[in-house]
Design a protein around this ligand. Structure first.
Ligand code: ZN
Length: 55
């Protein structure tokens, strides 16, 4: 694999990742969250969205 092929592969992979992230975001937006966790953070057991309570 040469540099050009590597760059092309990275570009395609990034686009694919962005697509997957959008799908996850859409899923999390319509999820009826069921959060579980402790006093520092909680995580939805359905969509795995994480809410940080204290930084
Ligand atoms: Zn959720």
């Amino acid at each position: 694999m040469n540099v050009h092929q590597l760059e092309e592969e990275m570009k395609v992979t990034k686009q694919h990742l962005a697509l997957l992230e959008n799908q996850l975001k859409a899923f999390q937006e319509k999820c009826e969250h069921h959060f579980e966790g402790d006093q520092y953070f909680e995580k939805c057991s359905k969509c795995h969205k994480v809410e940080v309570l204290y930084y």
